[in-house]
Design a protein around this ligand. Structure first.
Ligand code: NAD
Ligand code: MG
Length: 391
């Protein structure tokens, strides 16, 4: 078996760490070609010493210098590169076969797209890049014969439940949502949520941004848009089902009345291993599901009154690409402001809604226009955030 070279974009994050955990279980199948991080020098240093990649990229130049000198001192041969362009370079390099796209937010767009344009197997965790560039991204995958495999647990579950080829008999995708930590909270109580409460997810351990997104249900909104692009379905055929136990990761409903589901413990190493091994299955380190310990599977309708972000995402997708870029940009800025204690939790959907209203109609067909809309929406967001400041 020829060992596959892997680039892990965002290796210092939650998905990055889980990816390396799975890779370490299969040293005969995979070798790490490149690791990347924004600023986390110590973690990247430890990862480089363990996995010995050819390249390590630190976006921050000062962090790159620190990492390079620490690696030199340790006698490592890993070459350190700095800056955003290096992310796309390692993602499209001829010596990488698979690219794990696990940078958080819009920062992941260019390197994820570079991997698709270079015809790689793209393991997509970075849902924001697909929300921003939907049509363009899917066109790049087709034109360059890339293999796009979803890592987001819901989409990975759907992928496992779909027919191998095509969509024969598929009526609907049922995307499950845990409902987040505030599922049962009153509207009044939501206004006083702290960042600490919001990042403590009941079932999954994840990065800060996606944890807040799970609490507002924006994560599910982004995932609806992600599902529409990945599986080429209109939004009416992607239904969100709140399932607080997070045991069923999603389902596919067929025209004969069958519903296929994928179940498992909430651990991202399962979808990561599936993406790495597909069409084979690989040991992931995840414990088998104990159904007797689970005991119950509950289902509810999502409440878009208390959690308006989900409805905003459906609306944005119906309007087009510019609106989904605005939705994503406003959400990223609002979540950052919430985590910095500048705005209330309940201000997040208000800011997203206002910024979305200012977006152009239609869909951008090149990266430059996507970046312009993203920048403009962030500027609008910052002015709305200023008006909503709590202090
Ligand atoms: P995280 O915050 O733990 O890690 C983010 C990674 O991105 C880090 O390696 C960080 O260094 C890097 N990064 C951050 N800003 C950057 C920038 N400006 N330029 C370059 N690199 C940058 O996030 P995470 O929870 O691992 O999530 C990563 C992506 O995967 C997100 O898009 C998220 O929605 C998606 N995802 C995560 C989970 C999960 O369980 N954590 C599940 C499904 C999907
Ligand atoms: Mg998910």
């Amino acid at each position: 078996m020829v060992s596959k070279g892997i680039t892990v974009l965002g290796s210092s994050g939650s998905i990055g760490v889980s990816t390396l955990d799975v890779l370490a279980r299969h040293p005969e199948r995979f070798h790490v070609f490149a690791l990347t991080a924004h600023t986390h020098v110590e973690r990247l240093l430890a990862q480089c010493l363990q996995f010995r990649p050819r390249y390590a990229v630190m976006v921050e130049p000062r962090a790159a210098e620190l990492l390079a000198s620490a690696l030199r001192d340790a006698g490592s041969e890993t070459e350190v590169l700095a800056g955003v362009d290096a992310l796309s370079m390692v993602a499209s390099h001829p010596q990488t076969d698979y690219v794990m796209a696990a940078i958080v937010g819009a920062a992941g767009l260019l390197p994820s797209l570079a991997a698709a344009r270079a015809g790689k197997r793209v393991l997509l965790a970075n849902k924001e890049s697909l929300v921003m560039s939907g049509q363009l991204f899917m066109d790049a995958v087709r034109e360059h014969s890339a293999v796009l495999l979803p890592i987001d647990s819901e989409h990975n579950a759907v992928f496992q439940c779909l027919p191998r080829d095509g969509k024969d008999g598929v009526e609907k995708i049922l995307l499950t949502a845990s409902g987040g930590p505030f599922r049962t909270w009153s509207q009044e109580a939501l206004a006083h949520i702290t960042p600490e409460q919001a990042v403590a997810h009941p079932n999954w351990s994840m990065g800060q941004k996606i944890s807040v997104d799970s609490a507002t249900l924006m994560n599910k909104g982004l995932e609806v848009i992600e599902a529409c692009w990945l599986f080429d379905l209109p939004a009416e055929r992607v239904q969100v089902v709140v399932h607080p136990q997070s045991t069923i990761h999603s389902m596919v409903s067929y025209n004969d009345g069958s519903v296929l589901a994928q179940l498992g413990n909430p651990d991202m190493r399962t979808p990561i291993a599936y993406g790495l091994g597909w069409p084979e299955r690989l040991v992931s380190g995840v414990a088998p599901l104990d159904l007797f310990a689970t005991a119950r599977l509950d289902f509810e309708q999502p409440d878009t009154e208390r959690f308006p972000c989900l409805a905003l995402a459906y609306e944005a997708h119906t309007r087009g690409g510019y609106a989904t870029i605005a939705l994503n940009a406003a959400n990223e800025e609002a979540v950052k402001a919430f985590l910095n204690r500048e705005i209330a939790f309940t201000a997040i959907p208000h800011i997203v809604k206002q910024v979305m209203q200012m977006a152009s109609e239609g869909t951008p067909m090149n990266v430059e226009d996507i970046i312009v809309q993203d920048g403009e929406s962030r500027r609008h967001s910052l002015s709305f955030i200023k008006n909503k400041k709590m202090h």
